[in-house]
Ligand binder design. Structure first.
Ligand code: ME8
Length: 643
């Protein structure tokens, strides 16, 4: 960390679709870190934004039939609205279509071009359209894109390249000498593994005739900038590089780039080498977190409806969602989202352990102590343990935040909350309240409980800002939890005695079985609908299993007793196949001989009217039974693959 500054970023999300729970996850995590650092008194710059150029966005706009900029404006608004709802405290929001960003991208391109770091070359190889990535023959897995498994296209064109490959040894050295550059450790090893292979140069342009929606190269109007080269620069364009030198110098290098594991290579390899070429220092750490599935399934458009972040906030409240996402799964590992687990945690951790503790404590302070936090007098059972648990929580914080170990932080705060509940049970304030001579002890017990709750308010603030403020208000705290450094909690006893409490609503209402059932039933029926819609769709892999071939009819005859079927013999290049086709009402056998058809070659053989059929010919048909064979608009040879 440079001086007292802390600069944290999220990826800038594509505006090709609505924000979903995965986007919310990274953004909430970065928000928690930013809020904690602000509490500690650091100068925080927290950046998020949207990635608006490139093929994906252009295609999404085309699909909606609106100009790309209008599409971006509308989708960008959805992200911003969601971040407001999720209480995201970003200091800036960058859009890659903004002038300030374009100017920086063009500056960087020109600078690297002038330095000889960018050159024009010709590219021949494979291209994955949805991922917008180039691959060499060696990279392909079963002939498909190694990242997404989809089909790649063969491509040949002139383009501009950034000299990335020559920086491979330097980057390996940087990773070896800076073990926390990529976190968690398992991901650093993954990147080192990736770098073992040869590292090529990075194609940083796209010819305008193929893609127009991008930032033009300043030195060649015929090209736009590759979307990843454009997007990564957001991390320096937002803080002002190179036009606002002072502002930029104050925040760069970033303390943390938080990203999902899907985009670790682009950050650790492309971005690091780009920065090196610009002679800028590298960020301190890149953290790649894991992947959320939904009830064990990959997020998809239809399932996404069930866990749409706005709906979740409406149903469960913002803080419960923020808490759940960071408590349920260690940051860095993959996790599975389920409403059942969310309700479970809301009831146990939030309503029972925390919510009940506050309402019990305030009730007793009202009843036994005249509604004011008492002054502690006599020490006794459990005091030392309570203080020592609180000490452990506070002392571990800095290091845990340094590692972004959110689940660990929360579990240790809940250890304090759980122990405070036990402390009440062990000390029985209701019994102490019965005897005047026990009053000094009662005062200590109630003071300690309130002090523990005050600590909890400060500690949970980064995760649950609204709840923390509500907790602090009910306890009657004067200090703003957002500005109370957890450092100050190192000493037990910061709570001022004599403060009036203000009991209010329960922090978290319990979701009883009836309500839980209603929610789960609703989710399940939406879920079934969603998965059904999903099942109706073929993946590209499923489609590719169908072996479609061109075939030529060499023989055709009627089948006795069948009005509809004809028996055909087809030359499909490698062999002759016999098939039965339901086209007898539309075609005479003689007119079929020599016809080129589309043929499904890998269908299980079947017997129709006692005749073996090994495949199927494709045809269109209307409601009235008219059938037209599918064919070609040019001549084809038997056995060609149809795709
Ligand atoms: O990749 N689980 O944008 P993107 C967890 N524009 N996190 C998830 C997730 C899931 N199932 N799905 C998405 C891009 N994410 C580029 C980034 S940065 C210079 C350019 C989160 O809209 C996660 O943070 O595809 C992932 O890295 C990011 O969304 C990808 O967002």
């Amino acid at each position: 960390m440079k001086n007292n500054n802390y600069y944290i970023t999220t990826p800038i999300y594509y505006v090709n679709d609505q924000p979903h729970i995965g986007h919310a996850y990274t953004t909430i995590a970065a928000d928690v870190a930013a809020r904690y650092q602000r509490q500690c008194g650091r100068e925080v710059f927290f950046l998020t934004g949207v990635d608006e150029h490139g093929q994906k966005v252009q295609e999404a706009a085309n699909k909606r039939n609106v100009p790309p900029k209008q599409h971006c404006d509308e989708l960008c608004q959805r992200f911003q609205t969601l971040w407001d709802r999720l209480n995201i405290s970003n200091d800036d929001f960058i859009r890659t279509t903004e002038e300030r960003h374009k100017k920086t991208v063009q500056y960087v391109l020109q600078k690297l071009y002038d330095q000889g770091e960018i050159y024009k070359g010709s590219y021949e190889g494979w291209y994955c359209l949805p991922d917008e990535r180039f691959w060499t023959e060696k990279d392909l897995v079963d002939g498909n894109c190694p990242e997404c498994g989809r089909k790649v296209q063969s491509i040949q064109e002139h383009n501009y390249f950034f000299k990335m490959g020559k920086r491979r040894d330097w980057l390996i050295e940087h990773l070896n000498t800076n073990p926390t550059y990529i976190r968690p450790e398992s991901r650093r090893k993954e990147v080192l593994g990736f770098l073992k292979k040869n590292l090529g140069d990075l194609c940083i342009s796209r010819p305008k005739e193929r893609l127009s929606w991008g930032i033009p190269l300043p030195f060649d109007e015929g090209f736009v900038t590759y979307v990843w080269f454009d997007a990564l620069i957001n991390y320096i364009s937002a803080p002002g590089y190179p036009f606002q030198e002072e502002k930029f110098q104050a925040v760069w290098p970033a303390s943390y780039h938080t990203v999902g594991k899907d985009i670790l290579t682009t950050h650790s390899v492309y971005w690091s080498t780009m920065l090196d070429a610009l002679e800028l220092p590298l960020p301190q750490s890149i953290f790649a977190h894991g992947w959320w599935t939904i009830n064990g399934q990959k997020m998809s458009k239809s399932l996404q409806n069930v866990v749409e972040p706005n709906q979740l906030v409406e149903e469960f409240g913002v803080d419960a969602i923020r808490y759940f996402l960071l408590r349920e799964v260690p940051f860095g590992l993959d996790g599975d989202f389920s409403h059942r687990a969310l309700i479970g945690r809301m009831n146990s951790d939030l309503a029972n352990n925390l919510g009940n503790l506050l309402s019990r404590a305030l009730n007793m302070i009202n009843k036994f102590c005249g509604g004011k936090t008492p002054k502690p007098e006599i020490t006794g059972k459990g005091d030392e343990e309570l203080k020592s648990i609180a000490g452990e929580v506070v002392n571990g914080l800095e290091e845990q935040y340094e590692r972004l170990a959110f689940d660990k932080i929360l579990s240790s705060v809940w250890k304090l909350i759980d122990y405070t509940n036990k402390y009440i049970v062990v000390n029985e304030p209701w019994a102490l309240a019965k005897k005047e001579e026990d009053r000094p002890r009662l005062n200590t017990v109630m003071y300690n409980v309130a002090e523990s709750l005050r600590m909890a308010a400060v500690l949970i603030y980064p995760f649950m800002p609204q709840t923390a403020k509500e907790l602090a208000d009910q306890l009657g705290l004067e200090a703003d939890v957002a500005k109370t450094s957890p450092e100050t909690l190192k000493e037990w006893g910061g709570l001022k005695p004599g403060q009036a409490i203000h009991s209010g609503q329960a922090l978290f209402p319990r979701i009883d079985e009836k309500k839980a059932k209603k929610i789960l039933d609703k989710v399940e029926s939406a879920w079934e609908q969603g998965t059904k819609e999903d099942q109706d769709l073929l993946t590209i892999e499923e489609f590719m299993k169908i072996d479609l071939r061109s075939g030529v009819v060499v023989e055709a005859e009627k089948i006795k007793k069948s009005k509809k079927l004809l028996k055909l013999k087809l030359d499909i290049g490698s062999e002759t196949r016999q098939v039965c086709a339901g086209i007898a009402e539309s075609y005479e056998p003689e007119e079929l001989v020599g016809k080129k058809v589309i043929f499904v070659a890998n269908l299980k053989p079947a017997k129709l009217m006692g005749i073996e059929s090994q495949g199927m010919v494709l045809a269109a048909s209307d409601e009235g039974g008219k059938v037209v064979l599918a064919g070609y608009d040019q001549d084809v040879m038997p056995g060609w693959k149809v795709k």
